[in-house]
Design a protein around this ligand. Structure first.
Ligand SMILES: C[S@@+](CC[C@H](N)C(=O)[O-])C[C@H]1O[C@@H](n2cnc3c(N)ncnc32)[C@H](O)[C@@H]1O
Length: 372
């Protein structure tokens, strides 16, 4: 276990017991899990209708408001606040999420977010339950999926490249009473578990398309077509899955108006002996000016702004935005991409040497990519 968290196990258990008794979970359960930003505005709007103590907790733990000390003291015991500060939580930067029946601490969404939780985290979680046997969470972040699996699985290994995620992973594991059956491995994706086998693998990787000339946050950077991690995983998946094992991975695919080209996966399933089911529920338009296009460019621009000035030669944000826009526009023209499709990919080991490939094509036009 992370040494810092290990020093505070009883105090974190006390925090968890207190939190459960506050009934904040019951309040948060009313809000749409798929819409991060809309959920925050809805919560803020509803503060006036909540009993005082629940409004104060929502503001402090969930929305990150800076409450006067006297107000806080009335609603959150001082020793519990001391514990949260001692494990490094700063509510201007961090937040508490109710993810199914887990309490998860992560960072607030921002262009610089490293310890991420988003709509995609919810989408994958709904797909993958329940988990059994030996489970692996690749790109685990603060443990959102892995810990959910660990509730029913025998054991969990969580692989994550950012070492700083370790404290949050263990914090969340202890808070949810799961520390005894989980392990955190700081490492590079599948390389961290070479030679091991699992009954269940879950993966919410960096999954957005990012042209080579564009800088993009690590949590979302899926390579030029968004599929870097999925490809790496599929190449070794057969060897990682135990007999009867299954894998759930989500991502995005670029495609034209009639859908993405899935021949690569069809081929992969044949040569790797994997049965693949691709569920393609939603798509968004990539035309310049469309919300999805604008949000890709905005993320790249805000990220560059965040990294400035140390890593950028120019401090002209307008120029960076124009550059990102041009790079995306060119890449989509070159590849013929008119839409971004979200996918849920379910893989199992085939019974014979060659696997089968199946897919659904709903293609619901939506600004949301992971759930309705
Ligand atoms: C979209 S976030 C998902 C986080 C979490 N699983 C969730 O669903 O909320 C992708 C995660 O992959 C991690 N990551 C990026 N490159 C990686 C690599 N080479 N190996 C392991 N993890 C990586 C990022 O640091 C980030 O935490």
């Amino acid at each position: 276990m992370d040494p810092l968290i290990a020093q505070h196990v009883p105090a974190l258990a006390a925090f968890r017991n207190w939190l459960d008794a506050t009934q904040l979970a019951e309040v948060l359960s009313l809000y749409d899990p798929y819409a991060e930003e809309a959920r925050e505005s809805a919560l803020r709007r509803d503060l006036a209708y909540l009993p005082d103590h629940l409004a104060a907790l929502t503001r402090f733990l969930v929305l990150g408001d800076d409450l006067p000390e006297e107000h806080l003291r009335r609603h959150v015991p001082t020793e519990l606040r001391g514990t949260l500060a001692a494990v490094g939580l700063d509510f201007a930067k961090h937040r508490l999420i109710r993810h199914f029946d887990l309490w998860i601490f992560c960072e607030r969404l921002s262009p610089a977010v490293d310890l991420y939780h988003g709509d995609d985290s919810v989408g994958l979680s709904r797909l993958m339950l329940p988990s059994r046997g030996r489970c692996l969470d690749l790109c685990a972040g603060v443990g959102t999926q892995g810990l959910l699996c660990a509730q029913t699985a025998r054991s969990l290994i969580a692989v994550e490249t950012q070492e700083k995620a370790q404290v949050f992973f263990w914090l969340n594991a202890v808070l949810n009473g799961l520390a005894a059956k989980v392990e955190f491995r700081a490492g590079n994706f599948v390389d961290a578990v070479t030679g091991e086998r699992f009954d269940h693998i879950v993966c919410n990787p960096p999954l957005l398309p990012v042209p080579r000339q564009v800088d993009y946050p690590l949590v979302g950077h899926g390579g030029p077509d968004g599929l870097d991690f999925t490809r790496r995983l599929l190449a070794v998946l057969h060897a990682l899955l135990d007999r009867g094992g299954r894998c759930h991975v989500i991502g995005t695919l670029l495609g034209g108006p009639i859908g993405p080209d899935l021949s690569e996966w069809e081929h992969t399933s044949k040569i790797t002996g994997l049965d693949l089911l691709a569920i393609l529920p939603f798509r968004g338009r990539l035309a310049p000016g469309a919300p999805l296009f604008r949000s890709l460019v905005a993320s790249a621009t805000l990220y560059a702004e965040h990294r400035r000035p140390s890593t950028r030669h120019t401090d002209d944000i307008g120029a960076i935005q124009a550059q990102a826009e041009q790079a995306y526009r060119q890449y989509f023209t070159d590849t013929g991409a008119t839409h971004l499709y979200s996918f849920f990919l379910c893989a199992t080991r085939a019974t014979g040497p060659s696997g089968t490939f199946r897919c659904t094509r709903h293609f619901m036009e939506s600004r949301r990519m992971w759930g309705r």
